[in-house]
Design a protein around this ligand. Structure first.
Ligand SMILES: Cc1ncc(C[n+]2csc(CCOP(=O)(O)OP(=O)(O)O)c2C)c(N)n1
Ligand SMILES: [Mg+2]
Length: 371
């Protein structure tokens, strides 16, 4: 990048922050938020517990128990802040990294592990949790979300839809098309972009010449950049955007400015394409440490509280591991389940043929003709 500002990026980006990396509370005229000591402790507990689930999942993958894992390390505040802003009636559309939003939607973490273990295709009922299944096809869920939001709008529902996507996804046609639909139909949707600075090995500057939140104005709706490592600010900004959506004011783009502290997934080695100093700089902005510092400084929590949360995290980690290892392997015919929402003659026939083919191996020799 050159030292000059890129063409089109006139004003320097404003970052909405309510809690500094040192744990100091700051005020913002548009995003005032009153949190009780109990609420802050609860947010801290969420942050610690989801980091522990993530850590356990990475370990399980390293031990061969999961095929893959996409770590959320560093993005806990963006996800807990926005996830806790949702009401039960709101609907969320995640990518593959929203483990902390899943936590806020009461999805059992073991169900997430099951997908990455290859024993289910998601495993939770989206309507039970108002949390859609994980989406791996980059950006496609933004169209699903806008369609869902437009449906809710036509039903006269008083709910908002939030859709999660990454910085890399903003280069997808789907995301840009979804912005247009949301804008012209004034859809009650919040676009929540976690700008974690990387799309696998592609840095942000390969995706955009202007700050991502500024893209919204070209589509005709507001965009804001929030400190994605500040759980208070993420909560306040998302609450406001959701309320605006519910009140008929249309979409908002939130760019949560954060950092992917781990690898893209467990299949990736970030030391091949980024310098260690970058991670060290972001460690100083850790989303959990600043809440801990705030609680300490303001004497809102004592040592006993922090020890209790750590013990709870350890117990949760153990429980998630045990239940992951106990997940039953599905039978080979399970792949035919859920292709359609109801029975389907062609799928039934394929299942029957496949089972007959497998049965032909029963005596150790193939007698079938299915090959
Ligand atoms: C349509 C499509 N193209 C390419 C991929 C491969 N792919 C998987 S993750 C990824 C990068 C996504 O980056 P970003 O949107 O920043 O999300 P992050 O992984 O950083 O959370 C790509 C290109 C895909 N899954 N889908
Ligand atoms: Mg990214």
């Amino acid at each position: 990048m050159t030292a000059e500002a890129p063409r089109g990026a006139d004003a320097p980006p404003e970052l909405i922050q309510l809690l500094t990396p040192e744990g100091e509370r700051v005020e913002h005229p548009d995003y005032d938020i009153e949190l009780t000591a109990e609420e802050v402790r609860s947010l801290y507990r969420d942050l610690v517990l989801v980091r522990r689930i993530d850590l356990e999942a990475v370990a399980l993958q390293r031990q061969g128990e999961l095929g893959l894992w996409a770590s959320l390390l560093g993005q806990e505040a963006a996800q807990i802040g926005s996830g806790r802003a949702l009401t039960d009636a709101d609907m969320a559309f995640p990518t593959y990294r929203e483990h902390a939003v899943a936590w806020c939607r009461n999805v059992d973490p073991v169900k997430l592990l099951g997908m990455f273990r290859g024993v289910n295709h998601g495993g939770w009922d989206p309507y039970e949790h108002n949390f859609h299944l994980y989406t791996i096809v980059i950006g496609s869920q933004t169209l699903h979300a806008v369609g869902y939001a437009m449906g809710a709008q036509r039903d006269g529902a008083e709910s908002a839809t939030i859709v999660y996507f990454g910085d890399g996804a903003t280069s997808q046609g789907d995301v840009n098309e979804s912005f247009i639909w949301a804008s012209v139909f004034n859809a009650p949707v919040v676009f929540f972009c976690q700008n974690n600075q990387w799309a696998i090995s592609e840095p942000l500057e390969k995706q955009t010449r202007i700050p991502l939140y500024k893209r919204a104005s070209g589509f005709g709706f507001p965009g804001v950049r929030v400190d994605g490592n500040d759980v208070f600010a993420c909560l306040a900004v998302t609450r406001k955007a959701l309320a605006d959506a519910r009140n008929g004011l249309g979409p908002t783009l939130i760019e949560a400015f954060t950092y992917r502290m781990g690898a893209h997934t467990t299949s990736d080695d970030p030391t091949r394409y980024r310098v260690a100093g970058e991670l060290e700089a972001w460690k100083l902005k850790d989303p959990i440490e600043r809440v801990k510092a705030y609680l300490f400084k303001n004497q809102l929590a004592d040592q006993e509280f922090f020890e209790k949360v750590d013990a709870e995290a350890d117990a949760l980690g153990k429980d998630v591991r045990r239940r992951c290892l106990e997940l039953p392997d599905p039978g080979p015919e399970a792949i035919f389940d859920h292709v359609y929402s109801g029975p389907h003659a062609m799928v039934d026939k394929e299942r029957e043929q496949y089972l007959a083919y497998l049965a032909s191996f029963e005596n150790g020799t193939e007698t079938g003709t299915g090959r």
